[in-house]
Design a protein around this ligand. Structure first.
Ligand code: NAP
Length: 234
C-alpha cells in the first residue's frame, strides 16, 4: 500500500486531500499542529494516522517522517494567512509567514526527497495560491510566500525529474474554508461575482486535482502550476 503524507490535514483543503487520497487507496498520514480532535477524526475516517508536527520546526518534521516510513506522495498544504496594510507588517509577521508557508515546505521536502530519489519514484504537490501568481493587496507577506513556493516547485521539478520524482504546484483560487471565514458575506458575494463560473471553490475541487497530480495518470506532468479557480484568474 502506498503512503501519502498530507500536511495541514486537520481541516479545509488538506483534510479533503487526505480523504480523497484514502479513497484512492493510500495509507494517509494526517499532519496538524493545533486541531488534535479534528485530525484524529480525519485519521479515523480515512484509516490513517494523525501526527502532530509544526511544519516550521525542522526537528518536529524530521520526527514525523521518521515515524511515517517510506512516503510515496507528499502534499504540502499546511499554511497560514494574514491580512493587513504593508506598512503595518512587522519583521516578526513576515518571518512567521515564511517560517510556516515556505520553511514548512522546505522542511517536509527535505525529509521526503531522499527516500523518493532512492526509490526513483515519488510525487510532491505544493499548495500555493492564486495570490502567489498575481499578488493580493493587503496580503504582501502571504503573496510573497506563495510565490516562493512556485519557484521552489519549478526548480525542484528540474532537479528531481531525472530521479523519477515529480513536483507540481496547485494554486487555488478562493476556496470555502476556515481561512476565508473572516470575510463578510458581502466580500464573499463580490468574490463569487468576479468568478466566471459563479461559485466559490470547495476543498474537494482542489483535492480532485491533487489526487490526479500524485497519481500515475499525471506521469508526464512535472514543474507545473495549475490553478483551480473557477476562471477568477485566467
Ligand atoms: P485552513 O482551513 O485554515 O487550514 C489550515 C491547515 O494548516 C490546518 O490543518 C492547520 O492545522 C494547518 N497548519 C497551520 N499551521 C501549521 C503548522 N505550523 N504546522 C502544521 N500544520 C499547520 O486553510 P485552507 O484554506 O485549507 O488552506 C490550506 C492551504 O491552501 C494553505 O496553504 C493555504 O494558503 C492554501 N490556499 C487556500 C485558499 C483558500 O481560499 N482557502 C486559496 C489558495 C491557497 P491545525 O488545524 O492543527 O491548526
Amino acid at each position: 500500500m502506498k503512503t501519502a503524507l498530507v500536511t495541514g490535514a486537520s481541516r479545509g483543503i488538506g483534510r479533503a486531500c487526505a480523504e480523497k487520497l484514502a479513497k484512492d487507496g493510500y495509507r494517509v498520514i494526517v499532519n496538524y499542529v493545533n486541531s488534535s480532535d479534528k485530525a484524529c477524526a480525519v485519521a479515523e475516517a480515512t484509516g490513517g494516522i494523525a501526527v502532530r508536527a509544526d511544519v516550521s520546526d525542522p526537528s518536529a518534521v524530521a520526527e514525523m517522517f521518521r515515524g511515517a516510513g517510506d512516503i510515496d506522495a507528499l502534499v504540502c498544504c499546511a499554511g497560514i494567512s494574514e491580512e493587513g496594510l504593508f506598512t503595518d507588517l512587522t519583521p516578526d509577521d513576515w518571518r512567521r509567514m515564511f517560517a510556516v508557508n515556505v520553511d514548512g515546505v522546505f522542511n517536509c521536502c527535505r525529509e521526503a526527497v531522499p527516500g523518493m530519489v532512492r526509490k526513483k519514484r515519488g510525487s510532491i504537490v505544493i499548495i500555493s495560491s492564486i495570490w502567489g501568481i498575481t499578488g493580493a493587496s493587503c496580503e504582501v507577506a502571504y503573496s510573497a510566500s506563495k510565490a516562493a513556493l512556485i519557484g521552489m516547485a519549478k526548480a525542484l521539478a528540474k532537479e528531481l525529474g531525472p530521479s523519477g520524482v515529480r513536483v507540481n504546484c496547485v494554486a487555488p483560487g478562493v476556496i470555502d474554508t476556515d481561512m476565508n471565514a473572516h470575510h463578510s458575506a458581502e466580500t464573499m458575494a463580490a468574490l463569487r461575482d468576479d468568478t466566471p463560473l459563479g461559485v466559490i471553490g470547495t476543498p474537494e475541487d482542489v483535492a480532485e486535482l491533487v489526487s490526479f497530480l500524485v497519481s500515475d495518470r499525471a506521469s508526464f506532468i512535472t514543474g507545473q502550476v495549475i490553478s483551480p479557480n473557477g476562471g477568477f484568474l485566467i
